[in-house]
Design a binder for this molecule. Sequence first.
Ligand code: SF4
Length: 481
Amino acid sequence: MNSVASTPADTREGPRDECGVFGIVAPGLEVSKYAYLALYALQHRGQEAAGIAAAHLGGNILTLRDTGLVAQVFDQNALGSLDGDLAIGHVRYSTTGSSAWENTQPIYRSDRRELALAHNGNLTGVTELRDELVAAGVELRSTSDTELMAALLSTHEADTLEDAVVDILPRLSGAFSTVVMTQDCVVAFRDPLGIRPLVLGMIDGNYCVASESCAFDIMGAEYLREVEPGEVVTIVPGGIRTRMAVDSPRKAFCLFEYIYFARPDSRMGGTVLQAARGRMGEILAREAPVDADLVIAVPDSGNPAARGYARGSGLPQDDGFVKNRYVARTFIQPGQALRQHGLRMKFNPLPEIVAGKRLVVVDDSIVRGNTTRQIVQMLRDAGASEVHLRISAPPIRHPCHFGIDMPTREEMAAHNKTVDEIAADIGADSLAYISLEGVYEAIGGERANHCDACFTGDYPLGAGAGTDKYALEAADSTPPA
Ligand code: SF4
């Protein structure tokens, strides 16, 4: 999926995951309602568009997709019209303006075979594949890499969708956790580096796949395992077939999923993220202690790490902010004057808690720094005597090319700056980030199996991800502070 513009009313300045996917084959169950619930649980992975495709076994595929939150796109009638035995679903961020609808997923195509496809990630080096399709007379309606993948599979000469996926997967590079359905199966596959998540579950003897395990919890499905990097899982009624299309020795699961993107109740790499994020806070307290009175979180994303920091440091913890839970996204775009108050709409500091206190303020990341600067100022205005920021991610200095929407290098708070310079920039009395080693300790994982390129500039160049573009990124890397 291509990078997207931010919505003016969106007050979350962090990098944004671009998609969540789901797939199920369950004759006799209300598959579109399960897809709806799963997408509802995956809403944090994409809040600007949602779509579901469904079919009866052997019947035609019906696709419904639109801009808006899951609950805005689908109502009882819409879900009723998506009756069927198998379904896939998708949530995403989309571009603003007229092209927004065209970028919604699942993508439907009916060339040699009828299919619908939904994708989380970002393909790289696709020019050759696109040229090949165009030369073969295949009509492409957009520049989206998702449509390219759908066209490659829809026009493929293999007898089955599964064979077509196994054939094209080694030719794709980048990040792609994908679900694709025909009239009789859902095929789920993951890039050889396993950059974006994809998990397998079961409900009443039927199989399903989703970006995160929280999608299974909401619908009462059981989490079985992760879809392996390079694996192709074909879901048919009551069973699965699985094949390894590419077995890459190098894995590169996104480290930022652990820190920030995924829901805290999701399970990744054998750990529930809430617990891993708490450990990050404990490690941060060990690595960067501070003489202070109180630990507060930037809610909600900083909550687990703040609790961990308080545990690790022995300092008391309280709520320094009340968060308005109902801001989320608004379709009213405020004018310039009102927009400056955007953060106040989201967080309100509590002077009774913070006044006169030396605060440790814990958050999960700093990207541009604008929000953090305003948070520090709000706390000072509310009477805090000192503001010490502790961040449960290392400094972000490099853009992501694997499906995460991030600002350019120059826009990043840590660009070409030492940690002390960043602290001065955002007006904090002190600033410290968790070390990269600290993050790996918290998740119990190894660098060799993860991507940490936005922190280190060390882009995974293993099978399927090496392009000149990444070679340049790697050459231009700045070591983390
Ligand atoms: S560059 Fe960062 S956000 Fe992107 S896949 Fe790697 S770790 Fe994740």
